[in-house]
Design a protein around this ligand. Structure first.
Ligand code: SAH
Length: 373
């Protein structure tokens, strides 16, 4: 498979430690066998982690005390440490800055809505796709995250929710979006493993329906095609942002490699394979991509296709020369799509005040230590 070659700017100093979530059931049994333990110990540990959200030896009362330490040390190493938490929206939105063992920084964002809780996770530390309106893209790629590091963001978010740490009381993570830092399809293997760990039933995984998982991509065509063969029902979102190659070349530089038509073709294949409509993301940038002719061009591209357009008011990023579209212009753009029978919604963007909204995650740029007491 041909994938974009991105050279890490600052290679991580070490590989992330092996974690329960990196392994399938057979792999876990093999790992406990290395410790001289029978396979069912792996199942017990997995039930604690995926079924009960327990990762501390003290909570694993059905295991002999001596084994709890052995198992957690070998299979539940501390991959990410929360170094800063910021909340807004009366505590309904919370951004966490995580530090990995090698010092790499990533962020994830928990968002409570009236009828769901969405967790936005990072798949890479930094990003190599260099979209000029996205803060993450400005910093470049540090390294890929392991499946364990991706799952840890979700595990800890779920633990915090279960403990009632987000306003609105105890809750569960209902939706997961791969829309944090990084290009998920440039870290294909670990991201696919993470999706399987999310959706596999307990004790293999968390048992969350793939239908509530969304993976957002700039449009790495060979990887989309490969994904279409994995038998997933997770939703695919494509960061289109322009209907024409000329502008998209500038907004999403990888478009120089895979053009709008190729990206959409691959997306329709994924839609057919997953039986899910593809979400087309379109950040509304004033006087750049919000002209009515571009709305009409978008209608032509999407008419009759299994697509849904998600308009995203552009969020401010440091040093960007662009701003969000005028309300009236954005409303007219939306109206043009609706009249063209294209399903369209405007994203209820959260976390702008804490630089936690789409395109604002730039942990590597802002590592100011402000640990929680
Ligand atoms: N790398 C993936 C996922 C990350 S971002 C991707 O590009 O799809 C999730 C969405 O936020 C993408 O559609 C991205 O283009 C968009 N985005 C990036 N910067 C933004 C900004 N400043 N304002 C609004 N949306 C932005």
């Amino acid at each position: 498979m041909e994938l974009v070659q991105v050279k890490p700017l600052r290679a991580g100093r070490m590989r992330p430690l092996r974690h329960l979530a990196d392994l399938d059931q057979d792999g876990r049994r093999a790992a406990v066998a290395e410790l001289g333990l029978p396979g069912y110990r792996a199942d017990q540990l997995s039930r604690h982690y995926f079924g009960r959200l327990a990762d501390s030896p003290a909570d694993m009362t059905d295991l002999p005390a001596s084994l709890r330490q052995t198992l957690t040390k070998a299979l539940l190493p501390e991959l990410l440490t929360a170094t800063r938490e910021l909340t807004c929206d009366q505590g309904m939105t919370r951004k966490t800055l995580w530090r990995a063992a090698d010092g790499s920084l990533v962020e994830s964002v928990l968002m409570r809505y009236p009828n769901r809780v969405t967790l936005c996770v990072s798949s890479q530390a930094g990003c190599g796709m260099a979209c000029p309106f996205c803060a993450t893209g400005q910093a470049g790629l540090t390294r890929n995250l392991s499946a364990g590091e991706i799952i840890t963001q979700i595990f800890k978010g779920a633990q915090a929710l279960a403990a009632g740490q987000l306003s609105g009381g105890q809750g569960r993570v209902s939706n997961i979006v791969f829309m944090g830092m990084g290009e998920p399809l440039a870290n294909y293997g670990p991201v696919l493993t993470a999706i399987r760990r999310l959706s596999d039933p307990v004790p293999s995984g968390f048992g969350i329906s793939q239908r509530s998982i969304t993976l957002s991509t700039v449009g790495l065509v060979p990887a989309i095609r490969k994904l279409a063969g994995e038998g997933l029902t997770a939703r695919l979102a494509v960061s289109l942002h322009a209907p024409d190659d000329e502008l998209r070349d500038e907004l999403v530089p990888v478009n120089r490699r895979w053009r709008v038509a190729e990206v959409l073709d691959a997306a329709w294949d994924y839609a057919a394979a997953s039986s899910r409509r593809v979400s087309i993301e379109y950040a509304m940038i004033r006087d750049v991509n919000d002209q009515s002719w571009r709305a009409r061009a978008l209608v032509s591209l999407l008419a009759g296709r299994p697509a849904h357009v998600n308009l995203i008011p552009l969020n401010p990023t440091p040093g960007s020369r662009w701003t969000a579209s005028d309300r009236a212009v954005a409303a007219e753009f939306e109206e043009t799509l609706s009249r063209g029978n294209i399903p369209v919604t405007v994203r209820d963007t959260r976390g702008r005040e804490i630089d936690g909204a789409c395109g604002q995650l730039a942990a590597a740029h802002n590592p100011a230590p402000n640990p929680r007491p």
